[in-house]
Design a protein around this ligand. Structure first.
Ligand code: NAD
Ligand code: GLY
Length: 370
């Protein structure tokens, strides 16, 4: 069992990581149940796979559970389902002092967090993440959002949870492709500023994917500790520190856009290919060595993750992909900040990347891989 603190003055909270925590959820959550009741929002997959365990544990602690079950999938982060959720929470007479539990992956966490931030001008919420991506990234840090017609995550708020309760054993029921996609975000923390953790990933990452409890717990703890530190330093992504968490995301966003934000390329898979491209582009610019870029590519490939345009199922040329990048919400004052690397664990934010050069690199990179 480990506890990591996110230090944000009055908005500080704990991230509890414990194998089997869902079975003991009553111990952790009963204190948040006003009038002996908790509303748990989840999706249909998680309702089947994990909700019974949480319900049984809460009932044993004399907490009644009111489940709200939404459809699974990215389309649930929409106005329609936000309205449905808000209406359900109002019908359940949720008040400002109440805590709503988000049980699920990043979709449920982002949606419930946003709903909590606006319901009656703000009620509390608790993240109980059940995907690896949500356990190492989206449940921590208070970014909440729904998608708009104009793009993903364009409507949302910074709104911190009261607690994050992580049970790595929930990954037992997660499809392996989803676990692998979430693993890209684990590797990301090593590449940003922790070369020893990247070396751990190279040695032990396969154990995590095989379901080893120790490897899961270690990787989750190390990842959330890294994220908690960065969020504590730059909660609203104003100083450039939090932007480091977007390593691989600008390339990845273009790949996801080209594949229609569909099951062809999951978000974490796009991030994996995006990180490999960011390192190879950094090597091309002479910022890092070719050996470092090769190590990154080799590890992602060994873990079965996309690591170039072909393995990401992307057919577009460089110019088309760069055009997708220009719609990225990270565009600021007409320039697109790029995360590049001076080596493994030495990521930095560059503001003088030439987009035509990126397009040429993408075409060369595809040709070199063919
Ligand atoms: P997801 O929430 O869609 O979950 C993936 C799939 O796994 C779904 O079908 C879900 O029903 C199922 N599932 C979840 N847990 C399960 C379990 N334990 N057993 C069986 N099935 C399970 O996807 P995700 O990858 O967790 O999250 C993606 C979302 O997260 C995107 O919308 C992205 O924008 C967002 N995100 C947010 C942040 C942030 O900081 N807020 C960071 C990264 C990503
Ligand atoms: N996932 C990026 C962030 O939380 O800032």
């Amino acid at each position: 069992m480990a506890v990591v603190r996110v230090a944000l003055d009055t908005r500080s909270y704990d991230i509890v990581i414990e194998q089997g925590a869902l079975t003991r959820a009553g111990t952790y959550l009963a204190g948040y149940a006003r009038k002996g009741r908790l509303v748990v929002v989840t999706d249909a997959h998680v309702a089947k796979a994990q909700l019974p365990r949480l319900e049984a544990s809460l009932r044993a602690a004399n907490v009644a559970v009111e489940p709200v079950i939404l459809p699974p999938g990215e389309q649930t982060k929409s106005w329609r389902h936000l309205e449905e959720l808000l209406d359900a929470l109002l019908a359940l007479e949720i008040e400002r002092g109440d805590h709503v539990v988000a049980l699920g992956g990043g979709v449920i966490g982002d949606l419930v967090g946003f709903a909590a931030s606006i319901l009656k001008r703000g009620c509390h919420f608790i993240q109980v993440p059940t995907t690896l991506l949500a356990q190492v990234d989206s449940s921590v840090g208070g970014k909440t959002a729904i998608n708009a017609r104009a793009g993903k995550n364009l409507i949302g708020s910074f709104y911190q949870p009261a607690l994050v309760l992580i049970d790595p054993s929930t990954l037992d029921t997660l499809p392996v492709r989803e676990t692998r996609a979430g693993y890209a975000e684990v590797v990301k923390y090593g590449l940003i500023d922790d070369p020893d953790f990247f070396a751990w990933c190279e040695e032990e990452g396969h154990k995590l994917l095989a379901g080893d409890a120790g490897a899961r717990e270690y990787a989750i703890e190390r990842s959330v500790a890294a994220k908690a530190k960065i969020v504590g330093e730059d909660e609203r992504e104003t100083s450039g520190r939090r932007a480091l968490l977007n390593l691989g995301h600008t390339f990845g966003h273009a790949l996801e856009a080209d594949t229609g934000f569909s099951d062809t390329l999951l978000h974490g898979e796009g991030v994996a290919a995006g990180m490999a491209l960011a390192f190879r582009y950094s090597a091309r610019l002479g910022l890092c060595t070719g050996e470092d870029a090769d190590r990154v590519t080799a590890h992602l490939k060994a873990m079965g993750l996309p690591h170039d345009l072909a393995s990401a199922h992307v057919t577009a040329d460089g110019a088309t992909l760069v055009a997708h990048m220009l719609h990225d919400k990270k565009m600021a004052a007409g320039t697109l900040p790029f995360l590049l690397a001076r080596g493994i664990g030495r990521t930095f934010l560059s503001k003088d990347v030439v987009l035509d050069d990126v397009a040429a690199f993408l075409d060369e990179d595809r040709a070199a891989a063919a």
